[in-house]
Design a binder for this molecule. Structure first.
Ligand SMILES: [Zn+2]
Length: 87
């Protein structure tokens, strides 16, 4: 099956393309992506990527389905760098 990647500056809302939220640093985007990945309602893995259009960092799903084990692993990672948490 083909993996869908959304490494775009835009996100689609209905039939419109809007600017994605941009983060100045990889760390900021990464932390938020990890946080989103640990939510119970999270289905697809969110990743941080550098945008070729604006040079900032965005978050997007990479088409991978998160397993319970994935979520636990990510949650542990978040805990070990807890001093950086801002959520
Ligand atoms: Zn961008």
């Amino acid at each position: 099956m083909e993996k869908r990647t959304t490494r775009s500056h835009y996100k689609r809302i209905g039939d419109k393309l809007v600017d994605k939220v941009a983060y100045k640093t990889e760390n900021e985007a990464l932390m938020l992506a990890r946080f989103l990945n640990t939510r119970p309602e999270a289905i697809h893995k969110m990743v941080a990527y550098k945008c070729i259009k604006c040079g900032m960092w965005h978050i997007g799903g990479n088409g991978t389905v998160l397993t319970k084990e994935d979520k636990e692993k990510i949650a542990k990672k978040l805990q070990t760098i807890g001093h950086e948490r801002r959520f």
